[in-house]
Design a protein around this ligand. Sequence first.
Ligand code: FES
Ligand code: FES
Length: 161
Amino acid sequence: MSEQQSAQKTVTLNVNGQRSSVTAMADTPLLLILRNDLQLNGPKYGCGLGECGACTVIIDGVAARSCVFPLAGAEGREITTLEGIGSRQCLHPVQQAFIDEQAAQCGYCMNGMIMTAKALLDRNPHPSETEIRNELSANLCRCGTHIEILRAVMRAARHQP
Ligand code: FES
Ligand code: FES
């Protein structure tokens, strides 16, 4: 058996409250498992290097970059993707705020912006503008809609209980 084959691993994932079993190389990026095996295409492949934020998911309450998060590290963790926070019929308040502020152009960064904002508001429902800016500063938007995105997160924060 080659070294590569010996690194295959079967992992039980808990994604959006549903358990599924996946067998793949232990170091397979979680992003690829989510998109290719679980058909969860909310998280996007941007840089693949942990630098743009397009692939963000929430793991145990913390925003995480799934393109550099190994499958083996996901076992037993509570993983939430964009699909798990709202639906067309019942949007999450952050999603609604992004629509209200028309914060998207191409939309490629939206998953990362929304998931990062959700994780922030979950732990700090009333962040200051500076706190929001700091939180989103490592999420890249090549279309330059940062002002609208900031307004959207501030709007969502105003509607927090
Ligand atoms: S695709 Fe993961 S950070 Fe860019
Ligand atoms: S809206 Fe296009 S990358 Fe942000």
